[in-house]
Design a protein around this ligand. Structure first.
Ligand SMILES: [Mn+2]
Length: 390
């Protein structure tokens, strides 16, 4: 039996006001083909289907067209859960209707038994716990509680929820647990540090029940494995790069294969093609214009990081023009000016870039040292959350 794990589609996302719908359409076509070609029987989507809680009509249409084709052109079942970007209520509103099409949607996790599904339903060979993003706000409010105590209680609650899910599954069947959350990496030694992403505290790899066979996660956009549990814990990552800093690695989905006796024989990644290239071009004015005029930029989205000795009027327009003459679309031009003695310079780019401001601020505060990768990633996740709530 073949099972495909993906997450963090973020349909409807815009990058510097450019629509990504065409890329998402190409991804969903590719996904459908992959499901057919590889004879996938079960599709798992671990949250963040849409980029916003009220997606546009076009984004909604793309999603339902995919579900219809999945039902009509394949024999696969699907389990879809809500992430922190989704409106749990909207996502699960058509739940009863979609069940007719072998599609199970879980937005709100009110009861454990509403999250646990056998597949195929008439002759179960695998059990799935479709656990959506669990809102920390759903914890009962205790006025005297410290933040650390509340985080601990949230972690205990998640741990218990997974344990309860597993407790209502037949012992002999393989168990896949879905989730949309942040798991502290097994290699992080600073275990007391409180990492909050998407408003929810980190849980640990060892918090998942021992009898689980695979943990199918969403929330982090880089595909990765987390060590520290008895079974594979995987983040499939987002299928398209959502920001320019998400381009240095492959985008993937995971294909799991269960043998007839119910053991997980492999979980391997399948690389997702790049539907639209996101490029970052850095250098001084001469370098950048040279690159713009000597390469082909057809259909690419470009971020320019321009080093200048002093501000120069009209340079952004000149750069945009140069790239567009070779088919490229410049989404942003960030200007980098020499650093003043006092405090960080906030680059007067076409769009303010909070990540850059954060990096410069960190450098000024900590003797010229940039923030490490974990801190940068935490910052960008927090930033996403803020952008979403705006
Ligand atoms: Mn996400």
């Amino acid at each position: 039996m073949k099972i495909l794990h993906t997450a963090d589609w973020h349909i409807g996302q815009r990058l510097h006001e450019r629509s990504r719908l065409d890329e998402h359409k190409q991804f969903l076509d590719w996904l459908l083909n992959t499901i057919e070609e590889r004879k996938v029987e079960l599709l798992l989507v671990s949250g963040d289907i849409f980029d916003t809680s009220l997606p546009s009509a076009e984004a909604t249409n793309l999603y339902y067209r995919f579900l219809y084709r999945l039902f009509n052109e394949t024999a696969a079942y699907a389990v879809i859960t809500a992430g922190n970007h989704d409106s749990a209520r909207h996502l699960e509103a058509p739940r009863e209707f979609l069940k007719m099409g072998r599609i199970h949607v879980v937005g709100l996790a009110a009861e454990v038994h509403e999250c646990v599904f056998p597949f195929p339903p008439d002759n179960p060979r695998v059990m799935v716990a479709a656990v959506p993003y669990l809102l920390e706000n759903d914890l009962r409010h205790l006025s005297y509680e410290t933040v650390a105590d509340r985080n601990k209680r949230y972690r205990e609650w998640l741990k218990m929820f997974y344990a309860d899910c597993v407790a209502c599954m037949p012992a002999e069947l393989p168990k896949i647990l879905m989730g949309h959350l942040f798991v502290q990496g097994g290699t992080i030694t600073d275990s007391e540090r409180n990492i909050q992403i998407g408003g929810a505290t980190a849980i640990r790899a060892s918090d998942f029940p021992d009898s689980a066979d695979y943990i199918a996660l969403g929330h982090l956009h880089r595909p990765q494995a987390i060590e520290g549990a008895n079974c594979p814990i995987r983040y499939s990552g987002s299928p398209i790069p959502l920001r320019f800093n998400e381009t240095g690695y492959r985008k993937e989905v995971y294909l799991l294969e269960l043998s007839d006796d119910g053991t997980l024989i492999q979980d391997k990644e399948i690389e997702i093609p790049i539907f639209k290239e996101l490029c970052t071009v850095e250098g001084n004015e001469v370098d950048i214009l040279w690159q713009a005029r000597t390469q082909t930029w057809d259909g690419k989205y470009i971020q320019v990081k321009l080093k200048l000795e002093a501000p120069k009027v009209g340079i952004s327009d000149e750069i945009r023009q140069a790239f567009s003459e070779r088919g490229g679309d410049v989404l942003s031009v960030e200007l980098e000016l020499p650093e003043a003695e006092q405090g960080p310079i906030i680059p007067p780019g076409d769009f303010p870039d909070p990540e850059k401001i954060f990096k410069q601020f960190h450098k000024t505060k900590f003797e010229g040292n940039p923030p490490d990768e974990t801190l940068t990633q935490t910052f960008s996740e927090l930033l996403q959350l803020v952008e979403e709530t705006q």
